[in-house]
Ligand binder design. Structure first.
Ligand code: GYE
Length: 331
């Protein structure tokens, strides 16, 4: 019946053919448009989920990718360097436009970075850095000035010593992941700054790996070893600080009063505890690096020049300030 209708109705036949052409043409036009401006494909290897900072960083990168039309291949390495190297190799095999990653430690990246370079894929370091002798493997580093964070922590302590009129302050340090950039540079910035002040004595530095559970373990050990000799706890991140505080209380001391507590990151939970008076100073380290990452990746894809280093602006929060009006931190 359709056939006879078709045969009899020539006008209808032409209309049908036009419709078919229109559909085909639109399909082609759409395809061409996609080929003209293909979405940027960004491979990002996140190192883990060890802290509120890290989760905030992942969330921000996902949100900013979605908002700026970047297709994100996100892989989480569960704190293992070999997982990050495998992820980067998958990004190369997939021929992403740009590779970004947050290296868990600084050493051991040369081979995979040479592979990315030979494949012609630009690499952005997010948050942490790598240590390499080879030139030209990294296009840009977007992350905090960790040395300056250590300096800010020490400068707070020096002001606190002044305000207390202290003759001597005995310090324990709980550091982040061994051989990671923030661990190395926060320690260096802090130590270089207190070195010039004769009142500061470092009792011991122990490694808490940026983890809350390890922060608690380290603090238990330090309390057993030094007890009331401890005047200051300098902890390289909020998670370890939040793990250490209950240990200090359980041992019968009041954090923030009997011991000066200095932390780094500035996540919401630590700021709330700072407001309660149990932490004295939190140096800010922002995880909101997504916008810079997307902008830089787009520039690299377009073959434009980018800054070799992009540091976000950061400050600190302390018991010297009125923090009642502080906006929610977002991580
Ligand atoms: O301070 C810590 C995290 O690399 C800046 O890693 C980051 C650090 C941050 O797990 O909380």
């Amino acid at each position: 019946m359709f056939e006879s209708l078709f045969r009899r109705n020539a006008g209808g036949r032409i209309a049908c053919l036009l419709l078919v052409f229109a559909v085909l043409f639109c399909g082609c036009a759409e395809k061409e448009e996609q080929e003209d401006s293909p979405a940027l494909l960004l491979g990002f290897s996140q190192l883990g989920t060890e802290s509120a900072w890290r989760s905030g960083n992942t969330r921000d990168i996902e949100e900013k990718a979605a908002a700026s039309g970047v297709s994100l291949m996100l892989e989480n390495a569960n704190r293992k360097q070999e997982n990050q190297i495998a992820a980067i190799r998958r990004f190369i095999a997939y021929r992403v436009d740009v590779i970004a990653f947050s290296p868990i430690v600084e050493e051991g990246w040369d081979n995979v970075l040479v592979e990315a370079h030979e494949a012609g894929i630009p690499v952005i370091l997010v948050d942490r850095e790598v240590n390499t002798e080879k030139k030209g493997l990294i296009s840009c580093h977007i992350g905090a000035d960790f040395y300056k964070e250590g300096v800010m922590a020490a400068e707070y302590l020096i002001r606190k010593a002044d305000s207390l009129g202290a003759d001597e302050l005995r310090i324990v340090e709980i550091t982040g992941t061994e051989d990671s950039t923030p661990m190395r540079q926060r320690q260096a910035g802090f130590m270089d700054t207190i070195e010039k002040d004769g009142r500061m004595v470092v009792l011991e530095s122990v490694n808490g790996d940026f983890l809350k559970s390890r922060g608690a373990e380290c603090m238990r050990y330090l309390l057993e070893e030094y007890g009331e000799d401890i005047d200051v706890v300098f902890s390289h991140n909020d998670e370890m600080t939040l793990g250490a505080l209950p240990e200090i209380e359980n041992a019968g001391y009041e954090p923030g009063k009997d011991m000066i507590i200095i932390s780094i990151d500035g996540g919401q939970e630590a700021i709330d505890v700072l407001r309660q008076g149990k932490i004295n100073c939190v140096v800010e380290c922002t995880p909101m690096l997504g916008r810079e990452l997307m902008e830089t990746a787009k520039k690299l894809k377009a073959g434009e020049k980018v800054d070799a280093k992009i540091h976000p602006k950061e400050g600190y929060f302390s018991d010297e300030m009125d923090l009642r009006q502080l906006a929610p931190r977002g991580y």
